[in-house]
Ligand binder design. Structure first.
Ligand SMILES: C/C(=C\COP(=O)(O)OP(=O)(O)O)CCC[C@H](C)CCC[C@H](C)CCCC(C)C
Ligand SMILES: O=C(O)C1=CC(=O)c2ccccc2C1=O
Length: 306
């Protein structure tokens, strides 16, 4: 009895996967660092509002992921699926869509105080989230999840965050250039999290015809690809420094290098042992969190020290 209660508690912890919410808050954290580095100021209320809304929207994405994956059978052995744990799809669906509406309502309020375009940018992010997993598209099943993920957490979410937190109230145009350069590396780190999340699921995914990049590449080639992906993240974050666009303090992102190397080593050694790499997503999240936070602090400190 006690062990089954403990087991359930662990399953719920695995279902909530709170470290994952780092991917939701990173666009606004990095944007805030960039804005602080440039003007020394952000709109704090707007920043907190965007943080909360991003978490609520990612909660919707994850709850509906369990609902949609239940339909395809890909989650047959995912005992920590919220659908399996509650056995009540209606409640899961209600909580998911309440979370989405509340998140979008907060974004609407923030957009009224900055620029209404922000609401459209975030709605496009949500649409990409739906394309990833919802019928009839299920683009994640066709190997297209990673590009969608980069676009949503990169240029789109970063552009929205930059507008919302800026003390400047009159944005004429969407700051695509800044959003692209500032968001590219952190979004690639978020995409790396998604890529790593497939390693231990390759058999279940292949069984239902889900062509994740891991199913297409195989675990060995995917493990060999990983150093290139981590290298690309640093390239995207170091090139602007070499070009003199970013301050030298952003080199602080290199603090995340050891956790990136740990991830590469872990996957290289155990790529075909699902039991040993089932938590590689969390190793990738550790890298993503340290990388994004250090980049943000690097931007912010440049205002005060340079
Ligand atoms: C739901 C996602 C991955 C889960 O994939 P999978 O089904 O393999 O996982 P399980 O094994 O746990 O079942 C990630 C999908 C990412 C998507 C392409 C983009 C989502 C965009 C967000 C909804 C936007 C967030 C708001 C923004 C303002 C930060
Ligand atoms: O459950 C997961 O594996 C993921 C959920 C999620 O929302 C997300 C978002 C961005 C990158 C990766 C992931 C996941 O891996």
């Amino acid at each position: 009895m006690k062990s089954s209660t403990t087991e359930r508690k662990h399953l719920w912890q695995a279902a909530i996967k709170w470290p994952l919410y780092s991917v939701a808050i990173m666009p606004v954290i990095v944007s805030a660092g960039w804005e602080l580095g440039n003007s020394g100021n952000i709109r704090l209320g707007q920043f907190i509002g965007f943080l909360i809304a991003s978490i609520l929207i990612l909660l919707w994405e994850n709850l509906t992921n369990d609902l949609f994956d239940d339909e395809t059978g890909v989650d047959k052995y995912k005992f920590h699926s919220v659908v399996a744990l509650t056995g009540n799809k209606t409640t899961v669906s209600r909580v998911a869509y309440f979370s989405l509406l509340l998140g979008l309502f907060i974004i609407f309020i923030l957009a009224l105080k900055s620029k209404i375009t922000v609401l459209f940018l975030v709605i496009i992010c949500c649409f990409l989230g739906y394309l990833y997993q919802g019928p009839p598209f299920r683009l994640g099943y066709k190997g297209l999840g990673e590009p969608l993920c980069w676009i949503a957490f990169g240029p789109l979410a970063t552009a929205a965050a930059l507008i919302v937190i800026s003390p400047k109230s009159n944005f004429d145009a969407i700051p695509w250039g800044t959003a692209l350069i500032v968001g590219a590396g952190p979004a690639m780190a978020t995409t790396l999290v998604l890529f790593c999340s497939h390693f231990h699921q390759i058999n279940q995914d292949a069984a239902v015809g889900k062509k994740s990049p891991l199913v297409v590449l195989g675990t060995n080639r995917a493990a060999n690809f990983l150093p290139w992906l981590v290298g690309l993240i640093f390239l995207l974050e170091l090139l602007p420094v070499l070009n003199g666009i970013w301050p030298i303090t952003t080199l602080m992102c290199l603090i995340s290098l050891p956790s990136g190397l740990d991830l590469i080593k872990l996957i290289k050694r155990h790529h075909n042992k699902p039991e040993l790499i089932k938590n590689s997503k969390f190793s990738a999240l550790r890298f993503q969190t340290i990388n994004g936070l250090c980049l943000s602090i690097g931007f912010a400190t440049s205002y005060f020290f340079l």
